[in-house]
Design a protein around this ligand. Sequence first.
Ligand code: SF4
Length: 300
Amino acid sequence: MSANTDNTKACEAVPKSFDSENILARVITQVERELIDAWKEGKPLIKLFTTKTNHYFYDTGTNRIFSCTPFEYEFLKNLVSLPIQDALDIRRYSYGPDDFIAGLQHIGNLMKDKNILRASRIHLEVPKDLDKLVHNLLGQIILETTERCNLRCRYCIYDPSYSQKRNHGNRDMFLDVAYRAIDHLANSSSMKESIAVSFYGGEPLLRYPFIRECVKYAKTKIPEEKLTFSITTNGTLITREIADFFSENGFGVHVSIEGRKIFIMKIGFIPAEEVRSRKPKGEWNISLMHMVKKIRTELA
Ligand code: SF4
């Protein structure tokens, strides 16, 4: 009996380390295969960067930013500068097998599910007049007029449930900052036929007087025939006066309406009471629908 117990212990101990080596080897092989397969045209362009608290990489192919662990950061850094096999060599890192396996699995999953690390570098001849082009081809600035918003959508990127992002704040853009941005646009766009000043938030219409000032200023700096304006807004603060202002200044107005299918499909076509009876979550959806309907009717 006691011999059996000892044998059992011995048997448990061997497969454990055997398993972990197996997992390590399997994960390395899988990721190596994925990388070799994805990089037939050469390694992709990614940009690694850190903030005070987090590590990130920007993937050019998907045009997305991903957060990563310190190990993943170091691994990706090696991956773009070394042969794949060298970057996958665990002896190069001060991290243990658990971090190594978890990190590689995460990168492997992102490759499979999100298609990262697949766009290869584009090889371009650098034009001789690159400086001139860079300083004359700016076509748009987006002014983040305020961090404040009059709504609190649950899916909002600034919702506290996204722990790694900033939350709704109270800061507003200073007018002199906006003026300097417009000056920069005016001075860097001589080769553009169309030049756009866009307003973003939070909810930019919380700062309607600020927007008016920016529009007035931009018109003194940029030829009117080239100048266009646009705004991304939740639409709830649009009044007749604001709608007229948009119309007079040729604004492109972007209102995104997101939420349950019923709101998207039925907006403007069924009475509010009927919508209410279907027990929607969040009263703001209803007020937003009313507002959009009102704008439609008034501007028709
Ligand atoms: S309206 Fe836009 S900025 Fe405001 S809470 Fe909703 S998603 Fe966020």
